[in-house]
Design a binder for this molecule. Structure first.
Ligand code: GLY
Length: 424
């Protein structure tokens, strides 16, 4: 039994905590807001800002730490904990976390190391650079990406959020003013997929592939969200990907890890999350993240048969063990406040059944526990996950139980609908 510090308080961290708990370890949670699901299975917890590293190091004596969100990674929580506590930490150090925290760093790294997967792009430091790139591209079909972390809400794409050259330039200028640079990329059209890997910087093992749904409403309509749900198949592939597509994504991960090792003093360790897109021209990288995805963490961690603590120890010993996953399908559906993401109804009481009244698994995201019950905030509330022999059965489990949670909430009714086969 190990004592495990878990940093973060979303549904992803609830999934991490449940996984650690399942293997019999003690959890010491650090959260900036109380997550009732994490608190329930923790031996102790501390509420503080995730940037208050000194408070975190003096909280409890632990054997290892697992960092959930990108923000503390981007400001060096791993460097700090490793130095002050001398324990293994699952997560990359600050230099390596730039793969997510700086979009310019990521694109430039791939470019300089001739790694496939980059679209045409430009790291622009002036509006003239932006105009010149649009001219060279001969099109305004682009994505405008802030260089910095924006909680998934900063990327604006032609046709979705920006419709004219003027709108592109206005948004690019806004980012130039706040960040000093902005990344403009050719817009990629195709089918997205998530491939996450555990890595010690030299070796890596991929997790089951996941398809995630970012748009708010059925039929992939409406504004972008943190994600409304996701699914994974029992054979860990996705129906629209060939073996070559998957191999190409793995090659991009492999070459990126090698490039990071060359670039930084220490190798990248932790989870490397690749968001890819299969286009007519092949597989491209949309972005890398330096942590588990949300909701993808719920899909893969609920299948994990290998102790996450053993994986973390093996990572820090640079002798990564091969993780095993159950050959089952998963479907995860998010319940979000009515009006989310534009005008979410916060402060509304929701009723959640007891665990023995449901067959699916629940993961608390952004809710507030008060004396008289659980209340919504402005962000996603609860994720419901079904796990079964087939995606249809997993879907049925998730949707049956989602209706048992009541309040001013809504969810997408078509997560995994296109792959579910009736009667299967
Ligand atoms: N599912 C998207 C993310 O975790 O960033």
């Amino acid at each position: 039994m190990s004592k495990v510090l878990i940093v973060g308080n979303g549904a992803r961290e609830h999934a991490i905590a449940k996984t650690v708990h399942r293997f019999g370890h003690e959890i010491y949670a650090v959260m900036d807001k109380l997550n009732p699901g994490i608190a329930k299975i923790s031996k102790n917890y501390l509420i503080c800002k995730l940037s208050e590293f000194e408070k975190i190091t003096s909280f409890e004596s632990v054997d290892l730490a697992i960092i959930g969100p990108e923000a503390p990674l981007s400001i060096g929580i791993v460097d700090y904990l490793e130095e002050h506590l001398e324990i293994p930490v699952l997560g990359p150090n600050k230099m390596n976390a730039r793969i997510e925290s700086s979009k310019a760093f990521c694109r430039t790294l791939l470019d300089e190391n001739q790694i496939e997967g980059n679209p045409q792009f430009c790291v622009c430091t002036s509006l003239d650079d932006v105009k010149a790139f649009l001219k060279d591209l001969g099109s305004i079909e682009v994505a405008v990406k802030p260089d910095v972390l924006t909680g998934g809400k900063g990327v604006k794409v032609y046709g979705d959020h920006l419709n004219t050259e003027e709108e592109i330039l206005t948004y690019a200028e806004e980012r130039l003013k706040s960040d000093g640079l902005v990344v403009i990329e050719e817009k990629l059209v195709g089918q997205e997929f998530t491939l996450q890997a555990f890595t010690d910087g030299t070796h890596f093992y991929v997790m089951p592939l996941v398809r995630d749904y970012k748009r708010a409403y059925d039929g992939d309509k409406g504004p972008n969200t943190g994600s409304m749900g996701s699914y994974s198949l029992e054979d860990h592939t996705l129906p629209y990907l060939s073996e070559t597509d998957i191999e190409n994504a793995k090659k991009i991960i492999d070459k990126t890890l090698k490039a990071l090792k060359k670039e930084n003093d220490t190798p990248y360790k932790g989870v490397l999350y690749g968001q890819f897109i299969k286009t007519e021209k092949g597989v491209f990288l949309l972005e890398f993240n330096s942590r588990f995805g949300d909701p993808e963490a719920m899909n893969v961690l609920s299948l994990l048969k290998t102790d996450l603590v053993d994986i973390t120890f093996s990572m820090s010993e640079k002798n990564l063990i091969r993780p095993e996953f159950e050959t089952l399908a998963t479907v995860c559906v998010y319940l979000v406040p009515e009006g989310y993401p534009i005008k979410p109804k916060a402060d509304k009481k929701i009723d959640v059944p007891n665990e023995n009244e449901i067959n699916a698994e629940l993961f608390y995201a952004s809710v507030e526990q008060r004396k008289d019950g659980i209340y919504t905030s402005k962000s996603r509330a609860i994720a419901v996950l079904g796990k079964a022999q087939s995606v249809s059965q997993a879907r049925e489990l998730a949707y049956k139980d989602i209706n048992k949670i009541t309040g001013a909430l809504y969810y997408r009714s078509d997560i995994a609908a296109e792959v579910a086969v009736e009667g299967n």
